[in-house]
Write a new protein. Structure first.
Length: 276
């Protein structure tokens, strides 16, 4: 049978359908469909610890957090959910499964301005409703000044990693941080990572998974939380990347990259000027 060409002049509805198909195929070419979260989890095996490194301004990443928590909870594999977004010492362990969102935020001392509950609440509540403790894992602000002056923290990372962390601190402060503050601020970052690692270690249970929700810098295998974990606990570090892997991403940084839809890039340093 000869191929029948589409007559767009006399069949506008068919033309519109064809155009829709072309646009859909084009979109798929630029943003390849990603496997469901359950399939991605299965590919990681059964680690003791699962570290999810997000971009804080990518809402899809927080949606994935909730999917991970729900999936592991349904499988009976979730030991605990640890958060960068709450300080160590806070926990939902004493709350019932039907606790209200207000009650959960209260015990976690939640900072909605810094961490919008509408983004992070679904993952947190999924854990609570599954009867799984949610644990604050970050370094409390009251301990940051002591960390800044603690020179022993400098030896907690290999020298190349310490230098890389210092560079990350400079970049994160728009290269406006006085150089005399670079090392003290780096010590805070190291202390934060150590606090999260300690929380994960204490929450670990045989045959189950402790999940950490944190920024991708904390999950980086070369200089973040993984540097402070005991060798007795297996872990997987996942980098969530809006738009896909970045130049320089490798297995030295993350065990797996989970690509998500691109987001509008933001220059957080635009308009920032040195203090006079």
């Amino acid at each position: 049978m000869p191929l029948t060409l589409l007559n767009c002049t006399h069949r506008p509805h068919a033309y519109a359908a064809a155009l829709t198909l072309v646009l859909a195929l084009t979109a798929c070419a630029t943003t390849p469909p990603q496997p469901p979260t359950a399939i991605r989890l299965q590919a990681l095996g059964q680690p003791d610890l699962l570290l999810l490194g997000e971009q804080h301004d990518a809402p899809e990443h927080q949606q994935i957090h909730a999917e991970v928590v729900q999936t592991l909870a349904q499988q009976g594999r979730l030991a605990a959910l640890a958060l960068e977004m709450a300080d160590t010492g806070t926990s939902t362990a004493g709350l019932p499964r039907d606790a209200s969102e207000d009650a959960v935020q209260k015990v976690l001392q939640w900072n909605d301005k810094g961490w919008p509950w509408k983004h992070y609440g679904p993952a947190v509540m999924a854990a609570v409703q599954a009867g799984v403790p949610v644990l604050g894992a970050n370094l409390p602000r009251a301990r940051m000044r002591d960390a800044m002056a603690d020179a022993t923290l400098d030896a907690r990372l290999p020298p190349p990693a310490l230098l890389a962390q210092q560079d990350a601190i400079r970049t994160g402060h728009c290269n406006l941080l006085p150089e005399t503050q670079t090392l003290p601020m780096t010590r805070i970052q190291v202390a934060k990572d150590m606090s999260m690692a300690r929380t994960l270690e204490q929450a670990a249970q045989p045959g189950k998974v402790v999940v950490l929700m944190a920024g991708s810098g904390h999950v980086d295998r070369s200089l973040g939380v993984p540097q402070h974990l005991p060798a007795t606990l297996s872990h997987k570090a996942v980098g969530l990347r809006a738009g896909g892997a970045r130049p320089g991403d490798s297995t030295a940084l993350f065990d797996s990259i989970w690509a998500t839809k691109p987001i509008e890039p933001k220059d957080y340093c635009a308009g920032v000027a040195p203090k006079k």
